[in-house]
Design a protein around this ligand. Structure first.
Ligand code: ADP
Ligand code: MG
Length: 450
C-alpha cells in the first residue's frame, strides 16, 4: 500500500524536480506509514532528510495529498530499518525527526531551521535582528507593526519564522499566525467562494500575533487589500502584534493603498541591507560548522569559504545553495572540497554572479575613486598617477570577473595580456607592504560587490 502510493508520488516528483535531483535526493527515501496526518519516510542519512525536508518538503506533501492521502507533515527516520510504531496516544516524535507543522490551520509551515540561534548577525542586519528579538519576547514592545523590508534572500522570512518560534516557546498558549500575503489572498478568496467569510474574519482576529510575509504581493489586489486593512486594524486595536515583510519600503510599494501605507508606517520600519563580505563569511562558517557536527569526516579545504564569500555576493539563498551543493558533492564523493573542486562544481553559479560586476563598472569606479578621467584609464598615459589606478583596475577585473587576461587587455585600450598580468602581479606585490593601497583596493572591492 505505502509502496504503491510512494511509487506514484515518485513518478510525479521525478517530473517536477528533474531526474538528477530525483536520483540524488528522492530515490533513496522510502515511505513507511501515513498516520494521523504524518507521513513517515526513511532516509539513509540525516543529511539527505534535512535537505529533502528543506527543499522538497512542501512538494512531497502536495504530491501525497494529490494521491488521495491526507498528509499535513513529514517525519523522517534515519536508517534502513522500518521505524517502530508510535503508540496512538503518544504523539511525541521519535528521534531524530524533523517535522513541518503548521502552527494554526490557516498558517503556513514554519521551517524548524529558521531560528534566532541559526541567524548570523552582522552590520547589515543587526537592527532588524534586534527588533525581531524584541517582538519575539512579546512584552510591551512599543512598536506595532514591525515592518521588515529588504531585497531577496536577505533573511526576512528567516527572521519572521524565528519570531514565531521564539514567541511560541515563550507563550505556549498563544496563537501565532504566519503566512505569506499570497496565502492570505488565497484564503480570503476561498472564504468568499465558500461563503465562510465570517469564520475567516474571526479566525484572523483571534490570533495573538499575525505575520504576513511578502506583503508587496497584495499591491493592486483591491478587495484583498481591503480585507487586510480591516484585519490589520482590528488586531492593532486589540493590541495584538503584527509583523509584516516586503521587498521594499511601504512608501515604495506601488498599488498599495495610501491608508495601508500610513498604517504600516505607524510602527517600526527596519530594512535589511545587502550583505557584506564579513557577514557572508560568517554565515558560511556557521553553516559549515553545523554541517561538520553531523559529518565530521567531510573536509572543506582552506580558502573555500573565503572564495565563496567573495564571489557570491547577490543573496544569502544563492550562497547557501552553493554551499549545499558542495556538501552534497563532498558526501557523495567522500572527497575533500578543495578550492579547485569548488570552482568546478559551482561554475554556473559563479558565472551568473559575475555578470553583476563588469569591467566597465570597475574602470568607472576606480577612475572616480582616484579622480582621473575614464579616457586616461584606458588610454596610453604612463604617468604614475594614472598608471597605478589603471593597474588596480586590472587587478580588480582579474579578481572580480571571470574574464581572461586577453579579454581584459582588449578592454584596456587593446593592451597585451602580459601587460595585464604584470599589472595584476604588481598590485598583489604592493598590497603586501603598502597598507594605504591595500586599503584602497579593499574599499573599491566592497563598493563594487555591495
Ligand atoms: P528573504 O525572505 O529575505 O528573501 P530568507 O529569509 O528566505 O530571505 O533567506 C534566504 C536564506 O538565507 C534562508 O535559507 C536563510 O536561512 C538564509 N539567511 C539569510 N540571512 C541569514 C543570516 N543572517 N544568517 C543565517 N542564514 C541566513
Ligand atoms: Mg522571504
Amino acid at each position: 500500500m505505502m509502496d504503491k502510493i510512494w511509487g506514484q508520488a515518485c513518478a510525479e516528483l521525478e517530473g517536477s524536480v528533474g531526474p538528477h535531483n530525483y536520483n540524488h535526493w528522492i530515490k533513496p527515501l522510502r515511505l513507511t506509514s501515513i498516520d494521523e496526518g504524518a507521513a513517515r519516510l526513511v532516509s539513509p542519512t540525516r543529511f539527505i532528510s534535512d535537505w529533502v525536508n528543506r527543499h522538497y518538503g512542501n512538494q512531497i506533501l502536495e504530491v501525497l495529498n494529490r494521491q488521495g492521502a491526507t498528509v499535513e507533515r513529514l517525519r523522517f527516520d534515519v536508517g534502513s530499518a522500518a521505524p517502530k510504531p508510535v503508540p496512538a496516544n503518544d504523539p511525541a516524535p521519535a528521534q531524530p525527526t524533523t517535522r513541518i507543522a503548521p502552527r494554526a490551520d490557516l498558517g503556513a509551515p514554519l521551517d524548524p531551521r529558521y531560528t534566532f540561534s541559526n541567524f548570523v548577525v552582522g552590520k547589515p542586519n543587526e537592527l532588524a535582528h534586534a527588533a525581531a528579538r524584541r517582538v519575539a519576547e512579546g512584552g510591551p514592545v512599543g512598536f506595532n507593526p514591525l515592518f521588515l523590508y529588504g531585497g531577496v534572500g536577505l533573511g526576512k522570512t528567516h527572521l519572521m519564522h524565528a519570531i514565531a518560534h521564539e514567541y511560541g516557546v515563550r507563550h505556549p498558549n498563544a496563537q501565532v499566525l504566519y503566512l505569506s500575503a499570497e496565502q492570505f489572498m488565497y484564503r480570503f478568496v476561498q472564504a468568499l467562494r465558500e461563503s465562510s467569510i465570517m469564520d475567516f474574519k474571526s479566525m484572523f482576529r483571534n490570533v495573538n500575533m499575525l505575520m504576513v510575509d511578502d506583503v508587496q504581493f497584495i499591491a493592486g489586489k483591491d478587495s484583498t487589500q481591503e480585507e487586510f486593512f480591516h484585519t490589520f486594524n482590528a488586531l492593532v486595536d486589540q493590541g495584538k502584534q503584527i509583523v509584516i515583510s516586503a521587498d521594499r519600503a511601504p512608501a515604495e510599494i506601488k498599488g498599495l493603498e495610501e491608508r495601508i501605507k500610513s498604517r504600516l508606517s505607524c510602527g517600526l520600519i527596519v530594512d535589511l541591507h545587502p550583505t557584506t563580505y564579513e557577514l557572508r563569511l560568517g554565515i558560511l562558517q556557521s553553516k559549515t560548522e553545523a554541517f561538520h557536527r553531523q559529518h565530521p569526516d567531510l573536509v572543506i579545504g582552506a580558502g573555500v569559504l573565503e572564495f565563496l564569500a567573495h564571489r557570491i555576493s547577490t543573496n544569502v539563498r544563492v550562497l547557501e545553495g552553493a554551499l549545499q551543493r558542495l556538501f552534497a558533492h563532498a558526501s557523495l564523493l567522500r572527497r575533500e572540497i578543495t578550492l579547485e573542486v569548488a570552482q568546478e562544481c559551482l561554475t554556473d553559479i559563479l558565472r551568473t554572479n559575475d555578470r553583476k560586476i563588469s569591467i566597465d563598472d570597475i574602470q568607472r569606479k576606480v577612475a572616480e575613486h582616484y579622480n582621473i578621467r575614464l579616457a586616461d584609464m584606458i588610454g596610453p598615459k604612463r604617468a604614475r598617477n594614472v598608471a597605478r589606478p589603471r593597474q588596480i583596475a586590472m587587478y580588480l577585473c582579474k579578481q572580480l570577473t571571470s574574464r581572461s587576461l586577453p579579454e581584459i587587455g582588449r578592454r584596456f585600450g587593446g593592451r597585451d595580456h602580459t601587460t595585464i598580468m604584470h599589472g595584476v602581479r604588481k598590485v598583489d606585490e604592493l598590497m603586501g607592504d603598502d597598507t594605504a593601497l591595500a586599503e584602497d583596493v579593499a574599499v573599491l572591492r566592497r563598493m563594487l560587490e555591495g
